[in-house]
Design a protein around this ligand. Sequence first.
Ligand code: MLT
Length: 253
Amino acid sequence: MKIDLSFSAGQFDDLQLRDKNVAVLDVLRASSTITVALNNGAREIIPVANIESAVKISGSLFGEVTLRGGERNGKTIEGFNLGNSPLEYSEAAVKGKSIIYCTTNGSVAMAKSRYAHTLIVGSFLNLTTVVDFIREENKDFLFICAGRLNTIGFFSLEDAVCAGMMIQKLMKFESLELTLSDSAKAAYALYKSFGRSILKMLKTSEHGKYLIEIGFADDLKICAAIDSVPVLPVQVENKIKLKKEEPQVVVPA
Ligand code: MLT
């Protein structure tokens, strides 16, 4: 099983990701927010690459069950119902809703992965759940770190450290016969250097500092909470939904 990793989504187009098994990580904050929203009962998240697509898609959906969520420069997009803080995606706000979701990097990486064989969404919140899924699949996987605000194609430390922590957990399963690409090894090394305190790492990262500056310090605490929301967002027909538990097959005695 080979683990490959890209430090940003900028280099890909959707055809290059066709049939791959992809985990998109956008710790601050798209992956964390999607995980919270689905856990709070959102029906599905529809990731789009830009505001124009969000407006176009929402025109063809029913208003009362559809919300538009996302950000530009970390702040709510004009005319949208929700921004990109996980705190906004409460049960009262999102239960039963389809959310058209547009962010600077995270939703773009997800939209680019629409032809992937498997697309899952990972963060510190569901770290062990993601690792368990990849371990059980036992297939080659590509981690895509979504990258940094307004500068698609730029490196962000928090996504790399999260990927590195997942890789470290995968390495513990000797039966996996894991091969790591150079970039996957680099993410592992970054986790070793910066993973001691996740909250501290987020607070000192460039995007973390920016979010604190614009009033979202509490989001960092939520996004740093390892395994606090142990669910798996997966793509089903271009929408991100919660993975359902497979029914147990009971073999008669
Ligand atoms: C993104 O997609 O770039 C981020 O989720 C930005 C944010 O923190 O809102």
